[in-house]
Write a protein that binds this ligand. Structure first.
Ligand SMILES: [Mg+2]
Length: 193
């Protein structure tokens, strides 16, 4: 089977990591509960920033957000390695900007994720992910943004949504915890093999 994964906020806890960076940089100890209550992807509002200020803050913090010690979600590294061990193929599809693609790939490898260079795609817009995902003929695709899964809903791909506070209204198969993922797909893969 061919599995495709988004990276940020699907495999790694990027926004919460960025939230901690904002707290340090802005010297504002906004409670973490405010992060967990966010109803949108952007994290700047609890810090009292406008959308424009938030966008500037995000872009000027990108080096720290992307390349310091952002933790993978518990179980994510292990689950992807188990998929490889079981003979499945793994592809990464991230909308991180082109200039961050190769460094991101190396960073992801350093975290222990199994990466084949040719299976790592970056630099597209969110709505353009569908083209790569279709070309790759994926059997499974996992993302945190319902809008991306919506573009794929007519394709013969099994879709999963990584649970986040901003996507609770969506009705896709939801991953609360990576450790439960193999159990969720096992029935399907045994049937399809
Ligand atoms: Mg994402």
């Amino acid at each position: 089977m061919r599995f495709g994964f988004d990276i940020d906020d699907t495999l790694i806890n990027l926004r919460e990591h960025a939230f901690h960076i904002y707290r340090m940089k802005l010297k504002k100890h906004v409670p973490i509960e405010e992060f967990h209550a966010l109803k949108r992807v952007e994290i700047h509002e609890p810090f009292g920033l406008t959308d424009e200020e938030g966008s500037t803050m995000w872009n000027s913090s990108l080096e720290d957000i992307y390349y310091t010690d952002c933790p993978p979600y518990q179980g994510a590294v292990e689950v992807l390695n188990k998929l490889i061990e079981s003979g499945h193929e793994i592809f990464y599809i991230t909308a991180r900007p082109k200039e961050h693609g190769e460094r991101t790939k190396n960073w992801i490898k350093q975290q222990g994720f199994p990466v084949i260079d040719e299976h790592f795609f970056y630099g597209m817009q969110d709505h353009e992910k569908i083209h790569i995902i279709k070309e790759l003929k994926l059997d499974y695709y996992i993302d945190d943004k319902p809008a991306i899964l919506d573009t794929l809903s007519k394709e013969p791909i099994e879709l999963f949504l990584k649970d986040q506070s901003y996507n609770r209204a969506a009705t896709y198969n939801r991953i609360l915890d990576w450790e439960e993922f193999l159990g969720k797909i096992n029935n399907h893969t045994e049937v399809k093999k």
